[in-house]
Design a protein around this ligand. Sequence first.
Ligand code: ADP
Length: 239
Amino acid sequence: MLKMTNIKKVFRTEVVETHALRDFSLHVKEGDFVAVTGPSGSGKTTFLNVAGLLETFDEGDYLLDGQSVKGMSDNQLARMRNEKIGFIFQSFNLLPDLNLFDNVDVPLRYRGFNAKERKERIVQALETVGLGSRMKHLPAQLSGGQQQRVAIARALAGEPRFLLADEPTGNLDSAMAQSVLELLEDINKAGTTIIMVTHDPILAKRAGRNVFVRDGQVTEVTKEAELDELVQKTAQVGG
Ligand code: ADP
C-alpha cells in the first residue's frame, strides 16, 4: 500500500547539511491508522511530506499503491497526489474569504470535476463531518474544531486512499481534539488509511498502530508502556 524502504532525505544549504531521514523504512497497509510520535526535529513532517509526494528523497525506494514514485515527473507526482492523498494540517489552511462549500470546492475545481459531481461530493463530505447545515458560513464563524472538520471534509471530498495529518489537533483544546480524533477514527473505519503525526501520546495510543521517530529513523512501538518510555526519554530534547 505505502512502502518506504531505506529512505534518505538530506536538506542542504551552503553552510549546513541536515539528515532529516536516514534509513527510514515503514510499510503501511490498507486500513491502517498509524500514529507517528517523536521529538521535534526528528523528521516526522519530512516523512509525511515525502509520503504525500510534496517532497522528493535522495535514496531508497517508495512504493505507493504498488507504484514506485522514483523517477516520476512533477506532473505524474501531482496527479498521483491529487488522486490518492488528502492532507490535514495543524493550522487548518482554510481560505478565510470563502464559505465552507467553496473551501471544499477548491481542490475539486482544480481536478476538473463537473459542477454536479463537485456539489455531490461537497455536500456529502460536509455532512460526514457534521457541518451539512453550515455550508454558507465563513470559517471565522466556526470554532477551531469545526474549522478542522471543514479541512477534513475538503480532504475527504477528493476520496483519497490516504489521509495524512500533521498535528491535526495541535491547535485545539482537549475536548475538540477528542472529537476530531473520533471523526478520524470513523473515517478510518469507513476504509481510509490514516497516518497522523501527533506529539500527544494519549491521542497516539488510540491509533491502531504506533511508530516513534528519532533522528530520522523509525521504530515500531508494540506496547503502550514502550511509547511512554520513549516519550519520556526524549522529552529533554523537546517536542
Ligand atoms: P519534526 O516534524 O519531527 O519536528 P522535521 O521533519 O520538520 O521534524 O525536521 C527534521 C529536520 O530537518 C530538522 O532538523 C529540520 O530543521 C530539518 N528541515 C526540515 N525541513 C527543512 C527544510 N526545508 N530545509 C532545511 N532543513 C529542514
